[in-house]
Design a binder for this molecule. Structure first.
Ligand code: DAK
Length: 255
């Protein structure tokens, strides 16, 4: 596979993955999802790799969401299919992965970008990071697990507030809510992620894997299936067209 949108390198037992579409604030398009899946599959079968660290290129964004330009013209069917495709190839894959994935959130983590971070096992943010689920401003709902995984982390009340207002919060606020495990100055972000990875690497890989499985066993996938259905039903509506057009035209939507 021709890899264009991510960089990855192994150092010792750690695989570093950088989403690299800096001009688009590392927005996730379909090709990037496929490339990330490719690397996840490679790492899964390599016993030397024990922890993955995922971050965004540059100092401004982790991932500013799914690529709005790509899904702007999607029909209901395409929206539902792509939601399922994203879940299987990336978001659920990470959430149920056999090795810990640490998100080093180096800037904006919005929409699908926050959902990517929420799917990982541990989140560390730099102090400039901003997080949010702005989907309702585009006429859709979070479609990559956000309605479920955000709620699991911060509780129903705060998840409702964040998803219904679509507002961004600071790294410090995210820490207070339990959305991220640590907040550090941007220059220390990878240092902190590596420190965490090394603590995990000292332990039994088998026990680490089984711990992830046991913790995940609490959460079923009924909610995720409902999310895919409701997400798909937003596509093609007048409100979706207005929300996405407003973003592309750099104006506020008028719902
Ligand atoms: N998609 C595509 N391009 C994006 C982008 C995105 N999510 N975010 C930013 N960009 C692009 C901008 O269009 C701009 O491109 P040019 O105009 O230079 O060509 C460039 O990145 C720099 O962005 P800005 O000029 O806007 O930079 P600012 O510093 O002024 O603002 C910002 C930064 C992060 C506040 C702003 O860019 C922003 O609000 N971005 C959008 C955030 C957002 O709404 N994200 C999407 C959430 S919805 C799906 C499943 C799930 C989803 C979708 C589909 N399917 C299964 C189909 C999930 C949806 C979402 O993630």
């Amino acid at each position: 596979m021709q890899i264009e949108n991510i960089q990855f390198k192994q150092e010792g037992a750690i695989m570093y993955i950088t989403i690299d579409r800096e001009k688009q604030l590392n927005a996730l398009n379909k090709k990037t999802i496929l490339e990330l899946n490719h690397v996840l599959c490679l790492c899964e079968s390599d016993d030397d790799i024990r922890v993955l660290i995922i971050t965004g290129a540059g100092s401004k964004a982790f991932v500013a969401g799914a690529d709005i330009k790509e899904f702007a013209n999607f029909s209901k069917r395409e929206g539902t299919e792509l939601s399922r495709f994203g879940h299987e190839l990336l978001f659920d894959k990470i959430a149920t992965y056999t090795k810990p994935v640490i998100a080093a959130i180096n800037g904006y983590a919005l929409g699908g970008g926050l959902e990517l971070a929420l799917a990982t096992q541990i989140r560390i943010a730099s102090d400039n990071a901003k997080m949010g689920q702005p989907e309702v401003s585009l006429g859709v709902i979070p479609g990559y697990g956000g309605t479920q995984r955000l709620t699991q982390l911060v509780g129903k009340g705060k998840a409702m507030e964040l998803i219904l207002t679509g507002e961004m919060i600071s790294a410090k606020e995210a820490l207070a809510l339990g959305m991220v495990n640590y907040v550090v100055p941007q220059e220390d972000l990878l240092i902190k992620a590596i420190e965490m990875a090394n603590k995990i690497i000292k332990n039994s890989p088998r026990a680490v894997r089984k711990s992830i499985q046991a913790i995940n066993a609490t959460y079923g996938n009924i909610g995720l299936l409902k999310e895919i259905e409701l997400f798909g039903s937003c596509f093609g509506s007048e409100e979706f067209k207005e929300g996405v057009s407003a973003f592309l035209e750099k104006r506020k939507p008028n719902f």
